[in-house]
Design a protein around this ligand. Structure first.
Ligand code: FAD
Length: 610
């Protein structure tokens, strides 16, 4: 049956002129395809088709004036649309929760053209392959006398965020952590200590680079104990803050290692006062641990990232196995502080997953500051003697070489299989991840999982966002994790950052896109900072909206935040280019890359296409 297509909410405009009718009667249109173009004295905008189907009747013509609610055309929806609408009408309380939430969100936000391709690129909360089938469990009950409303297992960024949000919403929360200090990997042995040491590395590099500009400093003298004290003071400030905030919120913090004994009980080891805690709902956020390579000797000179961030001494030589984010960050720390560092990476480039053009300036600088960067190379064995002898298989690497320390940075394994999840009926997949749905629920309705244990990417900002979703769901809110993008940042010098669709991904998945870039060599601030090898690029979908972005250069991680918002808001090149960016800043490169796409850029000369 034909349905009416009406002019949607077009803001504070009334009687806006139709300057173009883009379809004719009998045309078949895609969902979101533009039907008419309206022009007011302030803006031009297109009205898209709300469904795919056939235009049976046009009710307007060029030159007509229309207002919100006026009927533009009649459309006979395509079968698939009708079916999916009928499907959506089926009662499903859980799906309804999510739909309501989506609706609430979409009512708050401007209409985003959810182009199918972009939709497909959305990272779901559960980025694992497994799907979650809710399973009957002992129902969570508010009448039962449990020790707490919500038990949060693990106090990393996912855990403390979930605990604090749940407490702020009036729930009685117990936070269980096996270590005496809160904050998990991120605060204690991950994001925070690595960035404190990278700061020192950057100062050393910047000071050395100033020599060619007329300012020479002496060779740095490194007092390792003092440097590590500085790193620890940064950690202490943050973890101390967590402790105080937990106490102010009356979150009951319990130290001990928890394992489930059933779906409402956690057994506790290592705590003198309590050996079990009962809960109405639980949020699992037990994180991940570094992967070690099988068959390697047990030797304290073979490090994970945790040991590398608390060294007993600065080694003369270090082999970093794995050229991903963690490997490159730590390689940069040691190289700047005087260690001879080699990096070996199995794939064909550093930072697998990032676009090659973004990685190029980093690779060039790492080649200059490290001994060797071997890509397409495997470490085939490691022997412990006076030194650690690594053997290699790869075109450029030697057969073997000796090192004082070896860092293994080949990935992190989720801790899902270590918490007795089966006793609670919670599904754990073969990789150790706990699959979850958009509300971060596991297959057991009242048990949630968030952060590194719930899927990839294993990043702190994903964990914290999920933490809020899970806490809000525990409090009965209709929350869902529906982020379009989760940005990635490599905090090296230069920094590398990207978000949304990468070019690698677009090519692999056949996503049509256009790209615009702004080289930092044309940005005044970058020239002054001696960062002319930087670059900012934006990726746009076929509907003109931004779907991805990347940057390389100092502060790239901060720059990328603007593009994350732009993607979430469905901005196009004009929205970004017409936003006034402060001058002179590196942020201008985002605005100018957008202007390049919009054809309004004046800061570069781009010959017109013939
Ligand atoms: P975690 O932080 O791993 O916390 C889990 C907590 O659960 C731990 O405190 C653990 O002790 C506790 N626990 C586990 N099992 C039990 C149990 N049975 N009982 C009680 N407690 C338990 N991410 C970024 O976003 N940006 C970065 O710059 C960044 N840099 C990193 C640098 C390094 C060197 C490393 C290793 C990681 C880095 N990460 C970074 C990743 C980030 O640290 C993780 O994604 C993040 O910590 C995950 O948070 P989480 O809450 O899931 O778990």
């Amino acid at each position: 049956m034909a349905q009416e297509i009406k002019v949607p909410d077009i803001g504070d405009f009334d009687a806006v002129e139709i300057i173009e009718v883009l379809v004719a009667e009998g045309d078949t249109v895609e969902k979101e395809q533009a039907l008419i173009t309206l022009e007011s004295d302030k803006a031009t905008l297109e009205v898209p088709a709300p469904v795919a189907g056939k235009i049976t009747e046009l009710k307007v013509a060029e030159g007509d004036s229309v207002s919100e609610g006026d009927v533009i055309a009649m459309v006979e929806a395509a079968e698939a649309e009708e079916e999916s609408e009928a499907e959506a009408d089926k009662p499903d309380p859980k799906a309804d929760d999510e739909k309501d939430n989506d609706k609430a969100k979409s009512e708050d936000k401007p209409d985003k053209k959810a182009d199918e391709k972009r939709g497909a690129d959305r990272p779901a909360a559960n980025t694992d392959d497994s799907t979650v089938e809710p399973k009957a469990s002992t129902p969570a009950s508010d009448d039962h006398d449990y020790d707490c409303d919500v038990l949060v297992l693990g106090s990393g960024p996912g855990g403390y965020t979930a605990a604090f949000r749940a407490a702020d919403m009036g729930l009685n929360v117990t936070l269980v952590e096996r270590h005496s200090v809160l904050g998990g990997v991120c605060l204690n042995v991950g994001c925070i200590p690595s960035k404190a040491l990278l700061h020192s590395a950057k100062v050393i590099e910047d000071a050395a680079n100033m020599a060619s500009h007329g300012v020479t400093f002496g060779k740095p003298e490194i007092d390792l104990a003092k440097l590590l004290d500085y790193k620890q003071s940064v950690i202490d400030q943050l973890t101390g803050g967590l402790k105080s905030m937990a106490s102010k919120r009356q979150v009951n913090v319990v130290t001990g290692t928890g394992t489930f004994s059933d779906d409402h009980t956690l057994a506790l080891e290592g705590n003198d006062d309590t050996d079990q805690i009962t809960f109405n709902k639980a949020i699992i956020c037990v994180g991940s641990e570094p992967v070690m390579l099988p068959g390697w000797p047990e030797d304290e000179r073979i490090w994970t990232s945790a040991e590398a961030l608390s060294p007993d001494e600065l080694p003369e030589s270090l082999l970093v196995v794995g050229g991903g984010i963690i490997g490159c960050e730590i390689a940069n720390v040691y190289a700047a502080h005087g260690t001879d560092v080699d990096v070996v990476e199995m794939t064909d480039a550093l930072i697998p997953g990032a676009d090659k053009d973004l990685i190029k300036p980093l690779t060039k600088r790492m080649k200059a500051r490290c001994g060797n960067i071997w890509v397409n190379t495997k470490v085939t064995g490691l022997e412990a003697g006076d030194k650690l002898t690594a053997s290699f298989e790869g075109k450029d690497a030697p057969e073997s070489k000796q090192y004082d320390r070896v860092l293994v940075a080949v990935g992190r394994k989720p801790n899902g299989a270590k918490i007795g999840a089966d006793a609670a009926g919670v599904e754990v997949n073969e990789r150790g991840f706990i699959p979850v749905d958009k509300q971060c629920r596991t297959n057991v309705e009242h048990i949630f999982a968030i952060g590194d244990v719930s899927g990839e990417p294993q990043l702190a900002h994903r964990a914290t966002h999920q933490g809020k979703v899970a806490a809000e769901c525990c409090a009965g809110e209709k929350a869902a994790f529906d982020a379009k993008v989760i940005p990635s940042v490599v905090y090296t010098d230069p920094e590398v950052a990207w978000t949304g669709v990468t070019e690698n991904q677009a090519k692999a998945e056949g996503i049509e896109y256009t790209k615009s870039a702004f080289p930092w060599a044309a940005n005044g601030r970058a020239i002054g900072l001696d960062a002319t090898d930087g670059n900012t690029k934006l990726i746009f979908g076929t509907d003109g909206r931004i779907i991805g972005a990347g940057a390389v250069g100092p502060g790239a991680g901060d720059l990328i935040a603007e593009t994350c918002l732009a993607i979430e808001m469905g901005a196009d090149a004009h929205d970004i280019g017409l936003t006034i960016h402060p001058h002179p800043t590196l942020a201008e490169t985002v605005g100018m890359a957008a202007e390049a796409e919009a054809g309004t850029l004046t800061d570069l000369y781009i010959p017109k296409k013939k």
